[in-house]
Design a protein around this ligand. Sequence first.
Ligand code: TRH
Length: 406
Amino acid sequence: MARFSAAALPFPTMFHQDDQPISLAIFCKVVDNFGDIGICWRLARQLRGEHGIEVTLWVDDLHSFRRIAPAVDPDAATQTVEGVRVRHWAGQDGVFAPRDVADIVIEFFGVDIPPGYIAAMARCEPRPVWINYEGLSAEAWVEGCHALPSMHPRLKLTKHFFFPGFTGKTGGLLRERGLVEARERFQGDPAAVAGFLRGLGVSDQEIGAFKVSLFCYPHAPVAELFDAWREDGRRIACLVPEGVAREQVAAFLGTDPVAGAGATRGALSVRVIPFMPQQDYDRLLWACDLNMVRGEDSWVRAQWAGRPFVWHIYPQDENLHHVKLRAFLEKYTGEAGHLRGLADFSLRWNGAREGYMDERADWTALWSSLQADLPAIAQRAAAWQASMLANGDLVSNLLNFARSLR
Ligand code: TRH
């Protein structure tokens, strides 16, 4: 059983005189894929880079982490990456001292923090701020649950729920300082866009086509969509990070879908690009005309990219995710009947079109309605972004909330 030295974290449990917390710990378990570490890494980097906080990121899967942040050493028990202290969370449930405890402790998606760490939290004076960072949803109940307290059943500790969200009564969305400006600069510089895409192995002909980035779960009806795109009236280039929709992409290419592989059939070129570091993935979204995204973090990044996007939601038991999908589409598309092409396409992409379960989707028709909506979606994307900006950025909201609890 691991036992941590008293010198592990040399920060006393307190806030600075200017009310800025000195230290913060994030506990992250990678359940699957890249979203858990993707969000925690974004959070950690911003807390460190923009607010100067000493951040310790505890994460159980350094290999997944390395896929989105290549500087990470998957074999290091402790390392510092971009100023963030990264600790491999390998089931440590030893004894912690109060001085090991950060001023703010975040459990990501309700993970169980080591009991020894919780016991040390209860011995801190003053107590740390304990936050359960929840998943993003557009459902109405989120506003009522955001910031709610939950008392520990035995110890004198209270944890608070913190929900990201789309309204001013939630924690808002993660957004780094200068993100919108950086995106606008990049999109306004065609040479930079072309240079970036060439660096990923995209051909000049593909750069000149209607570009779609594809990031979805394996059950998405990719083959059907590819069939519709082959028959399209304009050239479409579908850029797929390696490993995404592997089987369908392999079937289209007729070869192993490794980075660099590509094939053109009819109007459609499919190009496999490397799975890239997180910041480059942003640039990919900025460079494309349409982004197919999934989960949580890429979905949010697509919203900041200001380009049309289709969301493949993480599947849940009893189709709970369809409720979440509808809640978002209602909010995003605005008045009923508006952006019908986007809503229909999204519902079908997620297998959520009620009453039509046995009927084969007509992907040519769905694609042509979505295309017809693209100019209106572009306008909506700008208005949506303005209203999300008005909610403030999640990290600043989180720190303000933590201060309010002291
Ligand atoms: O990978 P995801 O599906 O992750 C998750 C998990 O399934 C998780 O369990 C669930 O809780 C959560 O979704 C909702 O999708 P997501 O959230 O979009 O995360 C992907 C991350 O990977 C995101 O930070 C962007 C990053 N990424 C890269 O850095 N490079 C790439 O090439 C790609 C395609 C993604």
